[in-house]
Design a protein around this ligand. Structure first.
Ligand SMILES: O=P(O)(O)OC[C@H]1O[C@](O)(CO)[C@@H](O)[C@@H]1O
Length: 447
């Protein structure tokens, strides 16, 4: 197996090599803080050695549970929001056929999602489509109290029980939550569901390599062993003993912090393969919740290229010069499509005849990089040799480790998310939730 790689050459017009190398001590100190567990948020460091500590028994238990759902269900609904669904969707979208839902000869159940929004039409359409389907539910919530998934689960649980009876429903529902706290744990115990535990010390956005991600990914027919193996290899490659310049996570963290200091306050994660869209969504939560606090932090944005070059391209090329770009580049796509010759050549594309589509895409990627760098947008490039579970495992861990280092370099606690509570408090006050009487009065006075 090869490895993912990092290229920072195209940031060097904005920050110098010396500036980056000067961050060595700081970055190493941050890595030591993570490994010694003596920094801010140190009760949430369970992700650090998670890949290498997953046991064969745990993986087998997850695979066996996935197989039960795979046998019984045409559709499995993964209920969860934020870290409780983004990692799964990132892997499944990246590795499954883009037109999976249209495949007739199915080897895997269709994975659908719920609880990641409160859209009434979304839930209506989901429940309608499930009416004639054999379905199961994986209900995922670390806290076990998040409103969006709890609401979706209440609706889907009733539908499933009405359709197949309470006893059968129990065999098609799996709960993934805290070992003892939260409403979901109480409910799962009372109903007797199969459960998996999200360790106390692993925050939601770092939980993709726990059963949170592993169970639904296994249901989708993807090798969780390869995913974990990739993460294990990256855990080694970014370890405390690895020299700064060889430690991809440390270098990425140092570079983005130097760019931030130089006025680049927005990082755009770009891909040239639409299947990677949700890798960007997962990454946005990871960095947004980890670094956006104390009135600081790089704003994480994401684009799909070349698609968004025809919508956001103008802004990226010539808008406010406060951005830098991190491109996820894929060395070899899985499949070959050659551009055919055409006698009439009315579209003038015969100069491309015989070339692979990826050759055009690669030139678009290179052309974009050069244009953006010329336009004052520094460019970091992360290359995956191919899109498979192993390299995505590497990528996840690479970003997680870099996020921990980067957050400490920035001087924030990368492992909490106190700001998320503000909207919840207002929503509960507006909905007259018991216990929020004072807040209800106060908020209504503002309307
Ligand atoms: O898994 P839970 O506890 O339902 O939380 C879902 C998401 O909500 C947040 O806690 C923010 O409210 C995220 O950090 C988390 O990933």
């Amino acid at each position: 197996m090869k490895n993912i790689s990092l290229n920072i050459d195209k940031v060097l017009g904005t920050v110098s090599k010396k500036q980056i190398l000067d961050q060595e001590t700081k970055a190493n100190n941050c890595i030591a803080t993570l490994h010694n567990g003596d920094g801010k948020g140190n009760d949430f460091l369970g992700w650090l050695h998670l890949p290498s500590s997953i046991t064969d028994e745990e993986l087998t238990d997850i695979e066996n549970t996935a197989n039960i759902l795979r046998e019984k269900c045409e559709v499995v609904v993964a209920v969860g929001i934020g870290g409780s669904y983004l990692g799964t969707k990132a892997v499944v979208d990246a590795l499954n056929n883009s037109f999976d839902f249209l495949l007739k000869e199915r080897k895997n159940p269709i994975l659908l999602y719920a609880g990641q929004n409160i859209g009434e039409d979304y839930l209506y359409e989901l429940t309608e489509i499930l009416k004639d389907k054999q379905f199961g539910i994986i209900n995922i919530s670390k806290s076990g109290t998040t409103t969006e998934p709890a609401l979706a689960f209440r609706i889907l649980k009733k539908q499933l029980e009405d359709a197949v009876g309470k006893e059968e429903a129990k065999t098609r529902i799996v709960a993934i939550t805290d070992k003892s706290k939260g409403a979901l744990r109480t409910l799962a115990t009372k109903e007797g569901y199969k459960t998996f535990i999200i360790p106390d010390n692993v925050g939601g956005r770092f939980s993709v390599l726990t059963p949170v991600g592993l169970l639904p990914i296994a249901v989708a027919g993807i090798s969780i062993r390869e995913l974990v193996a990739g993460a294990v290899s990256m855990e080694k490659k970014t370890g405390i003993e690895v020299p700064f310049e060889e430690n991809l996570s440390a270098v990425y963290a140092a570079v983005r912090n130097e760019l931030y200091k130089s006025g680049k306050s927005i990082e755009i994660l770009a891909n040239f393969h639409p299947k990677l869209h949700y890798i960007g969504e997962w990454w946005k939560q990871l960095y947004g919740e980890s670094e956006g606090k104390d009135n600081k932090g790089i704003f994480p944005a994401a684009v799909d290229l070349t698609t968004d070059l025809h919508s956001m391209g103008q802004w990226i090329q010539e808008g406010e010069r406060t951005i830098f770009e991190t491109v996820i580049s894929i060395e070899s796509p899985d499949h070959r499509v050659e551009i055919p010759a055409d006698d009439a050549d009315l579209d003038g594309l015969n100069f491309l005849a015989g070339k692979r589509v990826d050759e055009v895409n690669k030139m678009a990627e290179l052309g974009t990089q050069l244009a953006h760098v010329d336009g004052g947008v520094p460019n970091i490039k992360i290359t995956l040799p191919a899109v498979n579970a192993y390299y995505i495992g590497q990528l996840f861990y690479f970003f997680e480790k870099a996020c921990g280092i980067s957050g400490y370099m920035l001087g924030v606690n990368p492992f909490d998310q106190p700001g998320v509570e503000a909207y919840k408090k207002n929503m509960f006050a507006l909905l007259n939730k018991p216990g929020y009487e004072k807040e209800s009065e106060a908020i209504k006075a503002k309307l």
